[in-house]
Design a protein around this ligand. Structure first.
Ligand SMILES: *Cc1c(COP(=O)(O)O)cnc(C)c1O
Length: 398
């Protein structure tokens, strides 16, 4: 049995989205900027897709800017707020410790250019506290950017409350909603956010296409100079097939939102079964009152390496992910798990399982059968586990 359980990394493009894309490679292939009929046909398709996406997230079509994905949208939102803020002598930005690297690395770059960045704590349960945000906002705060849902542990942040605080203090608010759009109901007007990023390949659309929503009135800044596409805010000939695929995939995802109850049920089965493994824990969201994404669950198993776990699970046909990212050859534990306060050696033994509507109960049962077996096998070979067993070392996870 083969089980794809790494949907937070990317999802399969849906058949419906792919079929909708195909005519725009060969039949309607014009450049939307061209004045002839080929071009104008493509332009009509482009604006239709923009309107469909706008309708789903509660935006106006002119507030939708197509980008190459979530990373670019995050970069553009932050750079926009930084440039506009600096013009008013506001050079302070607030974010959180467990954002995606598209946000954190952009902020690091701005720090080198003289911006000051405050990263809010996410505590052991993986939630930003609104009262912390309230305290962190200053006269010179140009932007608050907090992710909607975390891609490693699945905790959903109190975005509406955070946006309210920002509105009250007249500070721009951006949210990286890449893991949330298509998985939760999202309405930008209702949420009161100023900017929001989304990406098609996280909801069964194609890779390399996304959206930056920017509320009417926000003076967007270009990352890419060139033609006047996207009302002069994002140069480059539009990727019409991908944009159409994204619109169709989003409509499909939203039409299936009821299915998230079933996915959440499978996630909860995973959580209750895998935390039966001795000295294991669920990472984040374990406070009990927090909201979680339907598909993501992240575990730590003491005494083993996440990478070995992944490779052996792959032998059992299971594609999952470890919290730790292999950055430039060195194995750093995940910054998300470290932000939860997990010690390095425990954060190394992590496993993220991320489900989509394509996963079945049989597949989840296969995961539940294989993980305990593989954990036991690895622990039997682990010198760390040996020390823990002999009492030469203290367990971190009881
Ligand atoms: C995947 C992801 C991104 C990056 O999106 P791309 O389209 O791959 O550039 C950004 N933020 C979060 C939370 C993500 O999960």
């Amino acid at each position: 049995m083969r089980v794809y359980a790494d949907n937070a990394a990317t999802t399969r493009t849906s058949r419906k989205a792919l079929d909708a894309m195909l005519p725009y490679f060969t039949d309607v292939f014009g450049n939307p900027s061209s004045l002839h009929t080929y071009g104008q046909e493509a332009k009509t398709v482009l604006e239709d897709a923009r309107e469909r996406i706008a309708n789903i997230i509660g935006a106006k079509p002119k507030e939708i800017y197509f980008t190459s994905g979530g990373s670019e949208a995050d970069n553009q939102a932050i750079v926009t707020a930084a440039i506009n803020g600096a013009n008013k002598s506001k050079k302070h930005i607030i974010s959180s410790k467990f954002e995606h690297h598209a946000v954190l690395h952009t902020l690091q770059k701005l720090e080198k250019q003289g911006f000051e960045v405050t990263l809010l704590d996410v505590y052991e349960d993986g939630y930003v506290r609104p009262e912390d945000l309230e305290k962190a906002i200053r006269e010179d705060t140009a932007l608050v950017t907090i992710m909607f849902a975390n891609n490693e542990i699945g905790t959903v942040q109190p975005i509406k409350k955070l946006a309210e605080i920002c509105k009250e203090k007249k500070v721009l608010f951006h949210t990286d909603a890449v893991q949330a759009v298509g998985h939760l109901e999202i309405n930008v007007a209702d949420l009161g956010v100023d900017m929001l990023s989304l990406s098609a390949h996280k909801f069964h659309g194609p890779n390399g296409i996304g959206v930056l929503y920017a509320r009417n009135g926000i003076m967007l800044r270009n990352l890419i100079e060139g033609g006047a596409q996207e009302r002069g805010k994002r140069a480059g000939t539009e990727n019409i097939p991908a944009i159409v695929g994204m619109a169709v995939a989003l409509e499909e995802a939203v039409s299936k939102l009821d299915d998230t109850k079933r996915i959440a049920g499978l996630r909860d089965k995973l959580i209750s079964e895998l935390t039966k493994i001795p000295h294991s824990k669920l990472n984040g969201g374990n406070g009990g009152n927090g909201e979680r994404l339907p598909g993501i669950a992240n575990f730590c198993f003491e005494g083993i390496e996440g990478e070995s776990l992944l490779l052996l699970l792959d032998d059992d046909g299971i594609a999952a992910s470890s919290g730790s990212a292999c950055t430039s050859g060195s194995l750093d534990p995940s910054h998300v798990l470290l932000a939860l306060g997990l010690p390095h050696e425990v954060a190394h033994g992590s496993l993220r399982i991320s489900l989509s509507d394509e996963n079945t109960e049989e597949e989840v049962d296969h995961i539940i059968k294989c993980v305990p077996k593989v954990v036991e096998y690895l622990r039997n070979m682990s010198p760390v586990w040996d020390e823990l067993q002999k009492g030469e070392k203290q367990y971190v996870i009881q």
